[in-house]
Write a protein that binds this ligand. Structure first.
Ligand SMILES: [Zn+2]
Length: 160
C-alpha cells in the first residue's frame, strides 16, 4: 500500500546532521508509527515519504525551513529566575514548556547571569539540514478511532 494521508506508517529511521553524526535512530528499537498528513513528522520528511510503499527505502536531506525551522532571535528571552519558580534549581540545558502567542513552546535554558535566565525557544535542531535514511516497514489504513485521537494504536503506538 502507498503512503497517503490518513494511513498508518511504520518506519525505521536514522537522522544525521551534515557532519554525518547520528542524532536519532530507531535502530535496535521498535519502528516509529505515525499517521501521514497529521503533522506527526517534520514537513520535509512527510513530503518525501508521500507515495512510497512498504519495503521502499528513502534517503532525504530536509532543509531547515521544512525541518525544525530557521533560528529566530525573537525566541530568545531573558527572564528573572523567580518567574521560573516551582522548577527547583535552574541549570543550563533544562527545558520548560511555556505559553507564547504562537501556542505552547519548549524553551531551553542557555545561560544565567545573576538573577536573570536566558531562555531559547528555538528547537535545538533549528538551522540544521536533516539527513534521514528511512526504511518503510508497513503501511495500512488508519482506523476511525486513530484518526479521531490523532495517533496510532497498537504496535508502535498508544496502548489504552
Ligand atoms: Zn488513542
Amino acid at each position: 500500500m502507498e503512503i497517503a494521508a490518513d494511513r498508518v506508517v511504520l518506519i525505521h529511521y536514522t537522522l544525521k546532521d551534515d557532519a554525518g553524526a547520528v542524532l536519532d535512530t530507531s535502530a535496535g528499537a521498535e519502528p516509529l508509527a505515525y499517521i501521514q498528513g497529521h503533522g506527526n513528522l517534520v514537513v520535509g520528511l512527510e513530503k518525501a515519504l508521500e507515495g512510497k510503499r512498504d519495503g521502499d527505502t528513502v534517503a532525504v536531506a530536509v532543509p531547515p525551513a521544512d525541518g525544525y525551522g530557521v533560528h529566530d532571535a525573537a525566541l530568545i528571552q531573558r527572564v528573572p529566575k523567580r518567574s521560573l519558580q516551582g522548577s527547583g534549581e535552574i541549570k543550563k540545558g533544562m527545558q520548560f514548556q511555556a505559553r507564547t502567542e504562537h501556542g505552547m513552546r519548549m524553551f531551553t535554558v542557555t545561560g544565567m547571569v545573576g538573577d536573570m535566565v536566558t531562555l531559547d525557544g528555538n528547537h535545538p535542531l533549528a538551522d540544521k539540514t536533516l539527513y534521514f535514511d528511512v526504511e518503510i516497514v508497513s503501511v495500512r489504513a488508519a482506523t476511525a478511532e486513530e484518526l479521531e485521537h490523532g495517533h496510532v494504536h497498537g504496535a508502535g503506538g498508544h496502548h489504552h
